[in-house]
Design a protein around this ligand. Structure first.
Ligand code: SF4
Length: 409
């Protein structure tokens, strides 16, 4: 039988457990498929909500159950900037595509089951970081701050629930599982991470799994690390996606903590803990208004400082992760003249630097950035100045290249 193409295979092969204990098909999907505190995971996967979403995918229809904005808007918007999105990984040729996706076997599980985190990163929220809560509580409650209060929210701290995780995992047929993504919150502060690794080892599938862990690297290594490393080493492949966003003053501005936990020195120390193990470290900045000016300096740190020090490790760079939301920190908030200067800057990098190939896609991606207008620009200014006041930071000191943008239009 000849099958027609499908919009995305994620809803057939992948499940994400969110910090709210809801189920989603992928990390970019907006809207829940079910509530794990009220339904079993098996009930959710057999529900009409999942079947309707799968039908949309078969019909090549962008699902639209999230109100005016579709459920898959993040993928749709990412593809307007450049050719890659999470969706493109789930279609033929993509790294998350499985030829037999129609049999409905789970291939990828993402565990983001707690929001415990020690950072309060720009663009993040209390939904994914307990570190945000103390700042969320002191934001002035007026109409001018409503646009970012709605996003930062005041979600409670969600501690891991090891028993619930194991109950959910044990209901699933994991015989075809290939990959486990562990995100957060901060995975290394989430006891579910170790509990899940032990479980996969116990049921004898750990050796078949790729484990992808998105970590800030800005964590205090505790006494469980030896067991974590021993278990990780049993997996087929381990990839640490390091959330480092720029040179020191930029990444500590974005990945904020009062004690500068995200400093490049701390990241270096973090990598050294794992240096004897067969782990791929991929630096994967979230490209936004704060770090678009300094991605070349980040790459220089990675290539000329980290790589020679850890030359037996597998080190990689991923420069395709453009921030889509919150939109006031996306590149669409920058004025066209700034984007134009950035295009010149990165064209020059491509032509003159030996690492220029890492940036070959960037000038075209920047050409695709459409200025969203003064309202969004002004929201970027307002959010930035308000957060500087609340967190005790200075955009002018950390990211002087943004100074020209820091005025209301
Ligand atoms: S299109 Fe994107 S958001 Fe939608 S299910 Fe696929 S990967 Fe997830």
């Amino acid at each position: 039988m000849k099958y027609k193409s499908v919009l995305c295979t994620a809803p057939f092969v992948s499940v994400v457990i969110t910090p709210e204990r809801a189920l989603r098909p992928c990390c970019k999907y907006s809207g829940d498929l079910g509530d794990l505190s009220k339904q079993t995971i098996t009930e959710i996967l057999a529900s009409d909500v999942v079947k309707d979403l799968q039908k949309d995918m078969y019909d090549n229809k962008w699902p639209d159950r999230a109100g005016p904005v579709g459920n898959c808007e993040e993928c749709r918007l990412a593809e307007k900037i450049h050719s890659r999105s999470i969706r493109t990984a789930y279609i033929p040729g993509g790294t998350s595509y499985f030829n037999d996706w129609r049999n409905g076997k789970i291939r990828i599980i993402e565990i983001s089951s707690s929001n415990i985190c020690n950072l309060s990163c720009a663009g993040c929220s209390t939904r994914f970081s307990s570190g945000w809560l103390k700042y969320a509580k002191v934001i002035e409650k007026n109409t001018d701050t409503e646009f970012y209060r709605d996003i930062i929210h005041e979600s409670p701290i969600i501690n891991p629930n090891n028993d619930l995780l194991i109950k959910n995992l044990s209901e699933l047929d994991l015989t075809h599982l290939n990959r486990v993504n562990i995100k957060g919150g901060e995975p290394l502060m989430n006891t579910d991470m170790l509990v899940a690794l032990r479980y996969f080892d116990e049921i004898n599938i750990l050796h078949k799994l790729e484990i992808h862990m998105d970590t800030s690297g800005a964590v205090i290594i505790d006494k469980t690390i030896n067991e974590t490393i021993a278990l990780l080493c049993k997996a087929k492949r381990i990839i640490f996606g390091l959330s480092v966003d720029g040179p020191d003053e930029v990444t500590t501005y974005i990945r904020y903590s009062p004690k500068n936990m995200a400093s490049l020195d701390n990241i270096r120390n973090f990598i050294s803990v794992f240096e004897k193990n067969n782990i791929t470290f991929m630096v994967s900045p979230t490209i936004m208004v704060y770090n678009i000016f300094s991605l070349d300096r980040l790459v220089e740190w990675w290539l000329y400082d980290i790589t020679p020090s850890f030359n037996h490790l597998d080190l990689d760079i991923y420069l395709f992760n453009f921030l889509i939301g919150p939109d006031y920190l996306s590149l669409q908030a920058l004025q066209p003249a700034t984007i134009s200067r950035l295009i010149d800057h990165y064209n020059n990098i491509v032509e003159t630097k030996e690492y220029g190939h890492w940036f070959s896609h960037l000038p075209d991606a920047l050409e695709n950035i459409e200025y969203s207008g003064n309202k969004l620009h002004n929201q970027m200014v307002k959010y930035t100045l308000d957060m500087d006041k609340i967190k005790g930071q200075s955009i002018y000191k950390s990211i002087p290249e943004l100074t020209n943008e820091m005025c209301y239009l």
